[in-house]
Design a binder for this molecule. Structure first.
Ligand SMILES: Cc1cc2nc3c(=O)[nH]c(=O)nc-3n(C[C@H](O)[C@H](O)[C@H](O)COP(=O)(O)O)c2cc1C
Length: 468
């Protein structure tokens, strides 16, 4: 039976720029091993489908303010392999960068993690955009978007051929005859593309899942085509419900055109719920988090190097269409000022009212900082009680906007616990999310079939080239 897919996007120090500053939040990455085990235990108790580890192959001052979790963190495949030994049911998805990954090494590490976890590992293939990642991998220039996707297509094909090196029954281990391996069931990879060339076979058994479920996250038309042709899960960035419906329809249509059963492509949206016992509690937390986000004017001598340019009153002024010079981020925004805002500014006022309950005509008007944070911090935030957040999830699923959600938590572990132990039970009570794990592998959690071996079905190694 198909149900809502729910995964947790793991960011140990929180998925909001100021989350680590909140009282009681995990903030020391030296203790990440404990934090990872605790997150995994909570997620598994709530019976989430998977933990999802994104990645970024560079670091720097700028990330401190944009996404502090990215500054110093555990490598995703290491985290997944570590957690394979500390969990028993939940899926574990690691991100790898298709630009720089060596196919043999990636196939080997992921197949190993899948065998070690009993078939619970997935692979998110991304085509990184940060030019610093090129310099970190001995490349002197970042290649074009098209070329990065060409390599991703080849990588996906070659990974499948490598994972399928051994047929499921290739190792005979027949003591009586002394036959260990049926050599006819071990296959060379023999892939020769424009970007990748791999002889094979792989020196790890076929993964428990056959092929690991492949996730792709991206936004461009080329990204959509790649997800539709090559991925099991498409992780998409969406602005609102209507946008999500159209993206899912487009992805499904592209999958169908490429000859796939389009129902096998699951579309997942990231979401950041702020959960409170009452709506007012949730709004107070959203407000506190916004107040803790620094903006350029907090440094009278100017912000530190790498501070995001869009987080300044000058940028807010151009967004709302009103000169804000001479004002302070903590100035309140009353009806007279709002009356002069353009359309984008009016939308911002509505977003802040929804998140914090503050309105320009109310007793406690919003501050300029709150408007600026809403405009410059990228987060699909839903603020409310467990029932209100469940309502929203259900509405999206019923509208055909998504097959599931990757849930981010602003404050770790408190907000993740609220989600796991308040929102998930509410979804279970409504029958949209199961109360028990029904299968043992990540594929089973996602409702995906185990694929045939491409060497047995005669998969074409040059399909990658034909797909462009
Ligand atoms: C929801 C979402 C999550 C992403 N997560 C990652 C990530 O963890 N690591 C990464 O390097 N890129 C990540 N990306 C970036 C994409 O892989 C891709 O590099 C970016 O979207 C630019 O390519 P595009 O213009 O084709 O979409 C993510 C993109 C989206 C939409």
């Amino acid at each position: 039976m198909s149900h809502l897919i729910l995964g947790a996007m793991v960011r140990t120090i929180g998925a909001y720029p100021s989350g680590w500053r909140y009282p009681g939040a995990h903030r020391d990455p030296r203790l990440d091993a404990d934090a990872l085990r605790r997150t995994a235990a909570i997620a598994e108790e709530a019976r989430l489908d998977y933990l999802f580890f994104g990645d970024w192959l560079a670091t720097g001052h700028d990330l401190e303010f944009v996404d502090p979790y990215l500054v110093a963190r555990i490598d995703p495949l290491s985290a997944v392999t570590y957690l394979a030994g500390h969990t028993s049911r939940i899926g574990l998805i690691a991100t790898a960068d298709s630009n720089f990954a060596d196919p043999y090494t990636l196939a080997r590490a992921t197949a190993s993690a899948d065998v070690l976890s009993g078939g619970r590992v997935g692979l998110n293939l991304v085509t990184a955009v940060d030019p610093r990642s090129a310099a970190n991998h001995g490349r002197d220039f970042h290649t074009t978007n098209g070329s990065r996707y060409d390599r991703a297509v080849e990588l996906e094909q070659v990974l499948r051929r490598l994972w399928d090196s051994f047929e499921d029954d290739a190792v005979v281990a027949d003591v009586a005859s002394g036959t260990y391996l049926d050599a006819s069931r071990l296959h060379a990879t023999d892939f020769h593309g424009e970007h990748l060339s791999v002889a094979g076979p792989l020196n790890v058994l076929r993964p428990v899942q056959g092929h690991l479920p492949i996730v792709h996250s991206g936004t461009s038309p080329r990204s959509r085509l790649f997800a539709a042709q090559s991925a099991d899960l498409a992780l998409v960035a969406v602005n609102d419900l209507a946008h999500a419906v159209s993206i899912r329809e487009e992805l499904r249509a592209l999958a169908f055109e490429s000859g796939r059963d389009d129902r096998t492509l699951k579309v997942i949206a990231p979401v950041l719920p702020i959960v409170g016992e009452t709506r007012a509690h949730a709004q107070a937390l959203a407000e506190d988090l916004a107040e803790l986000v620094q903006v350029a004017e907090d440094w009278p001598e100017g912000p530190p190097a790498g501070f995001p340019a869009q987080r300044s009153l000058a940028q807010l002024a151009s967004h709302v269409g009103v000169d804000l010079s001479g004002r302070s981020p903590d100035d309140l925004v009353g009806p007279d000022l709002v009356a002069r805002f353009g359309e984008a500014g009016q939308v911002l006022v509505e977003i802040v009212a929804e998140r914090t309950g503050r309105t320009p005509t109310g007793e406690r008007p919003p501050s300029l900082r709150q408007l600026l944070v809403a405009a410059s911090v990228n987060a699909s935030m839903i603020v409310g009680t467990a029932a209100e957040i469940a309502d929203e999830f259900e509405a999206w699923a019923d509208a055909g906007a998504v097959d599931g959600f990757n849930v981010l938590s602003a404050v770790q572990p408190a907000q993740f616990e609220e989600f796991a132990f308040q929102v998930v039970p509410e979804l279970q009570r409504r029958g949209v999310f199961p109360t028990e794990y029904e299968g043992t592998t990540l594929r089973e959690h996602l409702g995906l079939e185990r694929p045939d071996n491409v060497h047995v079905t005669g998969g074409d190694p040059n399909l990658a080239v034909a797909r462009r």
